[in-house]
Design a protein around this ligand. Structure first.
Ligand code: BG6
Length: 299
């Protein structure tokens, strides 16, 4: 594993890309370009901050998050892989998989002529990971920081087995007041309501409004989603490709109070809109197969 000093030497760009020690001693890369600022922790390759120039931060970060090896960071964009939620076969395995719990490697970092910065992360398999998920694979994560934030998760299956997995960009969006936003783009889409024991429902027209605990897996949808936020006077656009699921999550009062790494009233300041492939829309890859999931988050 590269030290922070070595990463800075190999990939740092004086003035606008800096590798440094972040909270809890975890390594991070900080980007400050003419187009945007961003922060990505190597732990989970987790984007924890994205702010286009002249705008306020797009991503929500909990003030109560852990920053520690083997714990997930609460906020920004945790990467969910290779299972979504609890592991069906063994609930003792980490929720949402192991990708958000391990330190990723930096493969490359480029400042591009259009002013964007492109960083590629990869995750090496080790014995602990193989114990949790005994499949050979190669996973890369491409983050482009521009006026929008563009993310591609690329999964290459090994040569031997067919595999099946779930994945998500578990995006925490920052909003003025979650009770006043409208989420558009999912009208008429069928969803699994996790708050009602997995009941199957269809989204009514008129957009989604948050008025209680919300935990929904919208299936067979490729549509972009708009988060219309009168409080911050802005609309966040979440575009996606090669993703058949969108998850919408807000813990509301009781669940927020029960979470140790989340403030009791922080549920008002966030909503998760997750570009995903999960549940009936998991990804199946033949030996040697490649799958890419893409999203672009912009104002
Ligand atoms: C969402 C799930 O994606 O993530 C919720 O649908 C879950 O059920 C939420 O509570 C947060 O998960 P975690 O593991 O980060 O607390």
């Amino acid at each position: 594993m590269d030290s922070i000093a070595h990463l800075q030497e190999r990939f740092g760009k004086p003035g606008f890309v800096k590798f440094e020690e972040g909270r809890g001693g975890l390594g991070l890369v900080r980007i400050n370009s003419d187009l945007a600022s961003a922060e990505i922790y190597l732990h989970g390759a987790q984007v924890t901050h994205f702010q286009p120039r002249g705008a306020s931060p797009v991503l929500f970060m909990s003030k109560h998050s852990s920053f520690a090896q083997s714990k997930a960071i609460r906020g920004g964009i945790p990467l969910v892989f290779p299972w979504f939620g609890a592991n069906a076969a063994d609930p003792k395995k980490p929720a949402h998989g192991f990708a958000r719990l391990w330190q990723w490697d930096v493969e490359s970092c480029d400042a591009r002529s259009d002013g964007s910065v492109r960083i590629v992360f990869s995750l090496k398999q080790d014995a602990a990971m193989l114990q949790d998920w005994p499949h050979e694979f190669l996973i890369r994560y491409v983050v482009i920081v521009s006026s929008g934030l563009e993310l591609t998760l690329e999964m290459r299956n090994g040569p031997s087995d067919a595999i099946e997995f779930e994945e998500a960009f578990h995006t925490y969006l920052s909003v003025g007041d979650s009770r006043n936003i409208v989420i558009e783009g999912l009208d008429g889409v069928e969803y699994i309501d996790k708050v009602e024991a997995g009941a199957e429902k269809k989204q009514e027209p008129g957009g989604i409004r948050i008025s209680g605990e919300t935990d929904r897996v919208y299936t067979n949808t490729q549509a972009p989603v708009l988060v219309i936020d009168p409080g911050l006077h802005r609309t966040i656009r979440v575009e996606k490709a090669f993703s058949d699921v969108t998850v919408v999550w807000n813990p509301w009062i009781q669940k927020a109070a029960a979470m140790a790494d989340f403030g009791d009233d922080e549920w008002t300041a966030m909503v998760c809109v997750e570009t995903a492939n999960a549940r009936p829309c998991s990804v199946k890859l033949p030996p040697g197969g490649i799958h890419r999931m893409w999203t672009r988050i912009s104002l």
